[in-house]
Design a protein around this ligand. Structure first.
Ligand code: NI
Length: 227
């Protein structure tokens, strides 16, 4: 399941994050890589524990909390704090799979990556290349979304970022441990949740079948969720 989530950040939110990033110092992106992915990666990142990543990450986390679609789709249990990357001058990230377990440096905070997310922070017209290509998806140039939009995809998939041949592709990326580990179960819950929301919009939330379907959603979530 790949899901585009529009307007996680509005224009003002993007500008606030970019104001932090644009004056920050970037370092070689291999600081967060595993051995295999380190070989294929050519980009820059903000130092994870630096003030800029912390401040910008806080803004991203707050925005995610305000996105009902993100919450419904990811059913987040734990989130690895948002990181930031920058691709320019041919920078790219070849085929790789994200590490299954992310451990926050210097702590015992660990997150199982069920879902990977990219929040785009540059206007797609401001750079060439840089599309995200996920296994199973057809064709290049890959996914490039407007600034403030997010793509959510299973962390189990091989994926890559195509070379950026003009301008700079700036994004936030992070991983989510979902309350519902299984992709199929999570997809069913999202489908049911959206259907119920649509029914509520059409016939209200006091209809007996809406009440029952809402109950079904919660009873399935109770059955499948680990918290
Ligand atoms: Ni990746």
């Amino acid at each position: 399941m790949m899901l585009k989530i529009p307007d996680v950040l509005d224009g003002e939110g993007v500008a606030r994050v970019r104001a932090i990033l644009d004056k920050a110092e970037w370092v070689d992106g291999n600081v967060t890589s595993g051995v295999q992915s380190g070989i294929v990666k050519d980009n820059l990142q903000l130092p994870e524990m630096g003030d800029a990543a912390q401040a910008a990450g806080k803004l991203v986390l707050e925005a995610l909390g305000r996105s009902p679609l993100f919450m419904a789709a990811a059913l987040p249990h734990k989130l690895y704090p948002p990181l930031f990357n920058r691709y320019a001058g041919g920078g790219h990230f070849g085929d790789h799979i994200d590490n299954a377990i992310r451990i926050r440096r210097g702590s015992d905070y660990r997150v199982r990556s069920d879902l990977s997310a990219t929040l785009f922070l540059a206007d797609p017209d401001s750079y060439d290349g840089g599309g995200l290509v996920v296994e199973g998806m057809v064709g290049e140039p890959g996914i490039k979304l407007p600034a403030g939009h997010l793509i959510l995809y299973p962390a189990t998939t091989v994926h890559r970022v195509l070379p950026v041949t003009r301008g700079a592709r700036i994004a936030s990326f992070f991983w989510i441990q979902s309350m519902v580990r299984d992709l199929g179960e999570r997809s069913l819950l999202l489908d049911l949740d959206r259907t119920v929301q649509n029914m509520v919009a059409k016939i209200g939330n006091d209809d007996a079948d809406v009440v029952r379907l809402t109950g079904l959603y919660h009873n399935l979530l109770r059955r499948w969720a680990d918290v």
